[in-house]
Design a protein around this ligand. Structure first.
Ligand SMILES: [Zn+2]
Ligand SMILES: [Zn+2]
Length: 341
């Protein structure tokens, strides 16, 4: 089969072709796995982190891609729930041990044996992939393949961060940063918690205008003072300043949820502005979001179909994956990028 393969880490500021179009053997499904004929795979910012080594694959070569939609082409003999021809999606969560206390509680994202699609196992930048039946999600009919794929990552992780805030209807939520995941969160909150106001902190006026357009009660710059205190804040920025600033506006007992796989070093000194009485006193909490569990993907897909949330997409051929990745790197991300296999 044809696949776009990552053979080694590389620096995208000097290397423009990190992935190589390669002919590799078709994967064979194990007894508890299905073989998926990939229809589309969306491109994620995390692929840049894999390629540049911020979250490196443990072995090479590897086929990236963790927002996969396709149809079941073959099924191992222990597969009972899925049938040939079913349309399914695969997200970042590829597998986990299934036995530890995290797995038993439905938090397999925290399992010591958590494996990520397209990093620890071959993903969807290819004609076929295999995955355990329990880690393939039936896709709601309201979405086309291209519309569904980008939801599998930003949407599912946005859903988990919303869930971890513990928000109740009527409580105010803040969002620092307003990229793909945050704008999905705003749509979800407006639907699930219709009486909750959402306050958005973003550096660019364009993002702030977009937030207001989508129904934010208020949108201001990172250091601006919001008109009200907030029950919870979700941070999706790569920096430290926005979280220090956000802590200031939490109500007593409020919670900051950091949804970022890594933070950059550039403004780390800003943490020295942390003032205990202003930023942490009164039982304020800080929590990070790590990966996603299957429950997040399944519940998010249901909610997204109900709202419905349909992303704007731009399609590329599989062969043009490098160009799509460089456009993501360049920040040209209005509309999700999807590889049509
Ligand atoms: Zn992703
Ligand atoms: Zn486990």
């Amino acid at each position: 089969m044809k696949a776009m393969v990552l053979n080694k880490l590389c620096d995208l500021s000097s290397c423009s072709e990190p992935l190589e179009l390669t002919d590799i053997p078709d994967p064979l499904p194990a007894d508890d796995e299905v073989l998926i004929r990939v229809s589309v795979c969306a491109v994620c910012h995390t692929e840049l982190d894999e390629i540049e080594g911020r979250t490196p694959p443990p072995r090479f070569p590897v086929v990236p891609g963790h927002q996969v939609v396709g149809t079941v082409e073959r099924a191992g003999r222990d597969v009972t729930r899925l049938k040939i021809g079913d349309r399914v999606g695969v997200a970042w969560v590829y597998s986990a041990c299934g036995k530890c206390r995290y797995c038993r509680d439905g938090n397999e994202n925290l399992c010591g044996e958590f494996r990520a699609t397209g990093r620890d196992a071959d993903g969807g930048y290819a004609e076929y992939m295999t995955v355990r039946e329990g880690f393939a999600f039936p896709m709601p009919d309201v979405f086309t393949d291209s519309e569904a794929a980008p939801l599998l990552c930003a949407g599912a992780i946005g859903y988990r961060s919303m869930r971890l805030t513990g928000l109740k209807d009527g409580e105010r939520l803040g969002l620092t940063g307003f990229g793909a995941s945050a704008h999905l969160v705003l749509k979800m909150v407006r639907h699930r918690y219709p009486s909750s106001e959402v306050f958005v902190f973003a550096r660019s006026e364009k993002e702030r205008a977009f937030a207001r357009e989508l129904g934010a009660a208020w949108a201001g710059d990172t250091c601006e003072e919001p008109p009200e205190f907030l029950r919870a804040v979700i941070d999706t920025t790569p920096a430290w300043k926005p979280i220090v600033e956000a802590l200031k506006w939490l109500e007593p007992g409020g919670r900051l949820v950091i949804n970022a796989i890594r933070k950059e070093e550039a403004d780390k000194e800003y943490l020295l502005n942390l003032d205990y009485p202003a930023h942490l006193w009164c039982e304020k909490e800080i929590k990070s979001v790590a990966n996603v569990a299957r429950r997040d993907v399944a519940e998010f897909l249901e909610l997204a179909a109900e709202i419905p949330i349909k992303p704007d997409v731009q399609e590329f051929r599989l062969e043009d994956a490098n160009r799509a990745l460089l456009e993501v790197k360049g920040g040209r991300i209005r509309g999700a990028k999807v590889l049509r296999i």
